[in-house]
Design a protein around this ligand. Structure first.
Ligand code: PLP
Length: 326
């Protein structure tokens, strides 16, 4: 029955120019990866030990065996495994600074690469390999992950289109954050994170609507310019080589400080740099990956998202310099 009047829901009038053809969002990064594993059915995938547990869940759910690899101080493979015909390797374009290395790997591995773009957002248009990202790490949406399907597998798009949209999500944290109620919203944020599971679902309709209506390019440009501005200010303290980026949108500014900075010191100054990823320490065989453990302890992922601008970045740089030089 039609109802007239009453309160409004989220606006549903999508601008035509923003509608992306043949474009389907999976519910989250781990589900995009699960879908890839279901399509390709590799007999084994090499994955970095420096990765969150949710990625490992995708392999368990798809019953695809994994083998961990170690990385060096520049987030590159310590040793490149030789892959059998039916094996693949997953690599993360860490902090968006590994564009060239991802291409190099792809050539070396003859295209047997899955590129995890959850820290770089945009896909490498020159690589016709499976790629996926995660929208809620970049924007105020409850879920969603873009997926790039290589051209020879485009037949799968119809099957993705037939998948149901997720309805299992919260938006309370997004709303409370908008109202400035950050602490109250945080509890809901955590519940929404717990709701993220591996499943063959597309993103919620709400995410599709919001994503089609926001200025993705503008917000990403802001993030990129924050990144470069912070690098200009504190690059001298950074042991990492930061190359020019062609397409990536970095999730954080990765600071590998010349003298150690603790996350706790930054948190005390309200700089919420996360620890990526605490579960690594508890994972079986962690002793066999000393470089990863050491890197995970020292790397400081500094927030540079679009909610701040040039002035805030300069203040942030000042805080980091004062802790580093203490
Ligand atoms: C490197 C990396 N890949 C994939 C994922 C999975 O993304 P999602 O949380 O959207 O499932 C994460 C999640 O934190 C991640 O850190």
């Amino acid at each position: 029955m039609i109802s007239y009047g009453g309160y409004f829901g989220f606006e549903n009038d999508v601008r035509e120019s923003n509608v992306i053809k043949d474009h389907f969002l999976m519910v989250n990064g781990r589900s995009a990866l699960f879908l890839i594993l279901k399509i390709v059915k590799p007999t084994k995938v090499y994955i970095p030990f420096y990765i969150c547990d949710s990625v490992i869940d995708s392999f368990h759910e798809a019953r695809v065996p994994i083998s961990f690899y170690e990385i060096n101080e520049q987030f590159e493979l310590k040793e490149i495994p030789s892959l059998r015909e039916t094996e693949m390797l997953l690599y993360v374009n860490y902090f968006g600074i590994k564009e060239n290395y991802s291409r190099y790997l792809n050539e070396l591995l003859n295209g047997k690469l899955i590129l995890d773009a959850t820290q770089s957002f945009n896909f490498d248009a020159s690589l016709d390999v499976f790629q996926f990202n995660s929208l809620r790490k970049y924007f105020g949406v409850p879920d969603g992950a873009e997926i790039h399907i290589p051209s020879q597998k485009h037949g799968i798009l119809e099957r993705i289109a037939a998948l149901a949209n997720s309805t299992d999500y919260l938006i309370d944290h997004l709303q409370l954050r908008n109202e400035g109620k950050v602490q109250e919203g945080y509890e809901f944020y955590k519940i929404n994170e717990q709701k993220q599971r591996v499943s063959l679902r597309r993103a919620s309709e709400l995410t599709n609507r919001i994503y089609q209506n926001i200025s993705v390019d503008k917000l990403n440009d802001l993030r990129r310019s924050n990144f470069m501005h912070l690098h200009d200010e504190i690059g001298i303290l950074n042991k990492l080589k930061i190359p020019e980026m062609e397409y990536s949108v970095p999730i954080y500014y990765p600071l590998l400080p010349k003298s150690d900075i603790s996350h706790q010191e930054l948190w005390a100054k309200q700089v919420y740099a996360p620890i990526l990823w605490p579960e690594i320490l508890r994972r079986k065989f962690s002793d066999s990956f000393p470089n990863t453990l050491s890197l995970a302890e020292r790397i400081i992922p500094v927030p540079i998202d679009h909610r701040i601008g040039k002035i805030e970045i300069s203040l942030l740089a000042e805080i980091i310099r004062s802790i580093h030089g203490r």
